[in-house]
Write a protein of this length. Structure first.
Length: 406
């Protein structure tokens, strides 16, 4: 197949969030499967106009703003699509999230090729996440009006896009159910394809563990809790820091490693100082994809106490692939990953006492923690591999092509 992808931000822009990682893994695997993949995106920070990465052709539109659908994206993306379609005669066109405009949808629909939207989560999930933030720690009231207005704008865009496209792919059954609940999308054109983990990159590695712990001056006796995500209040970084204070009352040989960057990083550091936890918390800063498994392997328990309606967080999948016991919030697409008590533990969002209790339980029950971790890796290999994700996506592409021709 000749495949065209629209994505206003890509992994190759230097952005390594879930959406960007998903797009990278999918497109690379499509090329490996023998398909031709072209990506149309916004201006590159280094002013690159075109490059080819592992067989993927990437076009960065110069008269656009990096990561924005405003000021030129509509016109430039339509023009580039028409130009490239004359060369490649695209069989399938897909958009990573809301990367397409109404005008671009109209241009694509003039053709006989199907238009498919891959959604990490509709706008309602972000609104719910903001409400959760206010509910659980009483801040963010000022943002609610702004967030609600943005929700209305994007809600009606999504409604239009979902109606006009030929298929919608979500990354978890929870996101599929959310779209069905909040949008008028026929069940015959919405599909679930789970996110995935690179099991050839994320796997248990004792050498990585020992080397990284030595670099960070972590002793053999110390037990390491890992928070690896965007450092925001929605992701629950502050909750884990507060929980650490309670955990240390029972076990003073525990350290928290915080890996990542975000708008709450300075706030998290201030909270650590306020609680007197400086000697028990390590902030590593941003970690590359290459370095990520090193930090995961150096840890003993991975924790994501998120308040956000997650689509399907890569961080949880990757920790499980590295055979680590995971504690995460019972929210969003996490429910599609973890079977509570079988391959991980779930906690109610915002429940610090329960987070403390379950963390101490795993620290004191190494055999059970090891069993969870082993089951977690086996599940990732069986159900959440890159091959599974790509193959299921291709089936949906082919099905949409067949329906379009009927």
């Amino acid at each position: 197949m000749n495949i065209c992808c629209f994505s206003i931000v890509t992994y190759w822009h230097g952005i390594k969030g879930g959406l960007e990682v998903h797009g990278k893994l999918l497109c690379e695997r499509l090329v490996e499967m023998g398909h031709n993949v072209t990506i149309i995106s916004t201006n590159h920070p280094e002013k690159t106009e075109f490059e080819e990465r592992k067989g993927i052709k990437l076009y960065y539109l110069q008269n656009t703003i990096f990561g924005s659908k405003r000021r030129g994206w509509k016109t430039a993306s339509i023009k580039k699509f028409i130009e490239l379609d004359k060369i490649h005669n695209f069989d399938v066109i897909f958009s990573m999230s809301a990367s397409i405009s109404r005008g671009l949808i109209a241009a694509v629909r003039k053709r006989k090729s199907p238009l498919i939207i891959i959604s990490e989560g509709p706008e309602i999930t972000f609104l719910i996440s903001e409400f959760n933030q206010v509910l659980y720690h009483g801040s963010g009231f000022r943002n609610l009006t702004k967030i609600f207005l943005a929700f209305l704008y994007y809600y009606f865009f999504w409604e239009f896009a979902f109606r006009k496209c030929d298929a919608v792919i979500t990354v978890s059954r929870e996101m599929t159910n959310t779209i069905k609940k909040w949008h008028f999308v026929g069940k015959e054109k919405i599909f679930t394809v789970n996110n995935c983990a690179e099991t050839n990159r994320f796997y248990p590695d004792q050498t990585q563990r020992e080397r990284t712990r030595k670099e960070l001056a972590i002793t053999d006796k110390e037990k390491v809790l890992l928070f690896f995500s965007s450092i925001t209040k929605q992701k629950g970084a502050h909750l884990l820091i507060k929980a650490l204070q309670g955990i240390l009352k029972t076990d003073d040989q525990v350290k928290l490693m915080v890996v990542g960057d975000g708008d709450y990083l300075s706030g998290a550091k201030q909270l650590v100082k306020l609680l007197g936890l400086e000697t028990h918390v390590i902030f590593t800063g941003f970690a590359s994809r290459e370095k990520a498994p090193h930090y995961i392997n150096a840890s003993d328990i991975f924790i994501l106490p998120t308040l956000r309606m997650e689509g399907m967080p890569f961080s949880v999948l990757e920790a499980m692939a590295c055979q680590k016991p995971v504690i995460a919030s019972r929210i969003g697409g996490i429910l599609s990953i973890i079977d509570d008590g079988v391959d991980g533990l779930l906690i109610p969002p915002g429940d610090i006492p329960e987070l403390i209790r379950k963390t101490l339980f795993l620290l004191n029950n190494k055999n059970f923690a090891g069993k969870l971790a082993k089951n977690a890796r086996e599940k990732i290999i069986q159900k959440f591999s890159v091959d599974n994700m790509a193959e299921e996506t291709v089936k949906i592409f082919e099905s949409a092509m067949t329906r379009k021709k009927e």
